[in-house]
Ligand binder design. Structure first.
Ligand code: SF4
Ligand code: SF4
Length: 441
């Protein structure tokens, strides 16, 4: 093992928190690698194609006018992170952060190919040749392969993945796309394979400000000093002494290479690996488990410690409100907008064919690429005639198009108008008016 400056050989362990991590990370991995391929009616289900102004979230199309929904999602996500941090410290980092999940995947590969942490640490001093060299090459090859699949999948959320794979297979991929894929692959390889915990320790912005959210009632992974110290050792061999037998397993399994017995540290990502390792030791030495456990500073001091503090309830309420607002924005999202504007400065005009006409400008915008055109019809006032294109293309440019509505037998009144816009199953009705009032004079 392990100091923060030397290479960390993380020992893999088993236990309830490792199972919990699998329970969380496998569905997330399946979602990440699977959702990018899902299509509904031939259209991607999730896509952030900014160059084509095509953003699809769970089959719904987003545009500039849905920015508030995206903002709501971000606020909900941030508030959820605040809530989690205040309740249970860095559990997001330990259990669900992509950096951690990919690091554990890379660690698994390292474990399969090069053996257990102890074997790897010992072989560090041996010359790199023969079997050892072969294993090293296989490990890095597998890491690069996983990094490539990750980079390809990640890019597939921004460029339609089927088209991208076809371009790669037929060697028609553009240089920018290939460069981007190479960058994503190398970033994954570096992050999860080589740099690992250094990202959590030095580069992650979340780790910087989450300390502000925690207080002495936050349940963090903690070592129970009252039970554990003075730990058993050659200098203190009394079998009746405190629970810690100084086996250092908790340190060997730590992905950030810290010793939780030194007290709470910013580098701890609350992954629970040390809890699992120590619980195994406690079981083997016939002692109660929980020498290391999720506990607040107050609880460790023997004081009452409430999980639901007013600040935590506040964060949770913000999360729920943001989620509700986002959900509402999602279901009330518009796929089509239409505007109708009367010609300024001219109420009506008599044409040479004897008809009285009002002049309008109409603008339609579609935010779903499956809607290609919109039909414009006059819903009421059968004595009036609408002149102008019956169908307008929904190319999302939102140009104003000139229309006129005329009648050969004008009445002495202002007539309310209902103009209907129909695009597939989407129907919008807009109000306007037809003015004939002044002919009475
Ligand atoms: S695993 Fe438990 S018993 Fe072993 S050193 Fe860590 S705290 Fe002590
Ligand atoms: S101290 Fe324990 S919980 Fe914290 S990062 Fe290390 S193993 Fe994970």
């Amino acid at each position: 093992m392990t100091s923060q400056t030397s290479k960390i050989h993380v020992r893999l362990t088993e236990g309830r928190f490792q199972n919990l991590r699998r329970l969380i990370s496998w569905p997330l991995l399946l979602a990440f690698f699977g959702l990018v391929w899902v299509q509904v009616d031939g259209q991607p289900w999730l896509l952030f194609d900014f160059t084509q102004r095509r953003i699809v979230v769970f089959g719904s199309y987003f545009s500039w006018q849905d920015l508030h929904i995206m903002t709501g999602m971000m606020i909900a996500g941030a508030a959820l992170l605040f809530t989690l941090a205040m309740a249970w410290g860095r559990v997001w980092c330990g259990f669900a952060c992509p950096q951690s999940i990919w690091t554990w995947l890379f660690l698994r590969i390292e474990h399969w190919v090069e053996g257990r942490a102890g074997v790897r640490a010992r072989s560090d001093h041996l010359p790199l040749k023969g079997q050892r060299l072969l294993r090293r090459i296989i490990k890095h090859g597998l890491w690069l392969l996983l990094a490539l699949v990750t980079g390809l999948t990640f890019t597939g959320y921004f460029v339609p993945i089927r088209e991208m794979v076809m371009q790669l297979v037929t060697m028609e991929a553009s240089l920018p796309l290939l460069t981007w894929l190479l960058c994503m692959t190398l970033l994954t390889y570096l992050n999860a394979g080589l740099v690992r915990e250094q990202i959590c320790l030095h580069a992650c912005p979340y780790s910087r400000f989450q300390g502000v959210m925690m207080d002495d009632a936050t349940r963090k992974v903690s070592y129970d000093r009252l039970r554990g110290e003075p730990r058993r050792s050659s200098e203190n061999p009394n079998p009746a002494a405190a629970a810690c037998i100084d086996c250092t397993l908790c340190v060997q399994v730590c992905p950030t290479g810290i010793d939780i017995r030194d007290g709470m540290q910013a580098a701890c990502i609350d992954c629970g690996a040390c809890i699992d390792a120590c619980d195994q030791v406690m079981n083997k030495t016939a002692q109660p488990t929980g020498l290391i456990r999720f506990a607040s500073e107050k609880a460790l001091r023997g004081e009452a410690s409430r999980l639901w503090r007013s600040k935590l309830v506040g964060y949770l309420l913000i999360t729920l409100v943001a989620l509700f607002a986002t959900g509402y924005g999602f279901v009330s999202k518009k796929e089509l907008t239409a505007e109708i504007r009367r010609e300024r400065g001219e109420l009506f005009r008599w044409l040479s064919d004897g008809q009285l006409c009002n002049f309008y400008h109409i603008k339609v915008e579609g935010f779903d690429p499956t809607l290609t055109q919109v039909q414009v019809t006059l819903l009421n006032q059968p004595e009036l005639q609408l002149y102008g294109p019956e169908y307008l293309p929904l190319d999302n440019r939102g140009d104003w198009v000139a229309y006129r509505i005329c009648t050969a037998s004008p009445q002495v009144s202002t007539l309310p108008l209902l103009v209907q816009f129909t695009a597939n199953k989407t129907v919008l009705v807009k109000k306007s008016s037809f003015i004939t009032r002044t002919i009475s004079g």
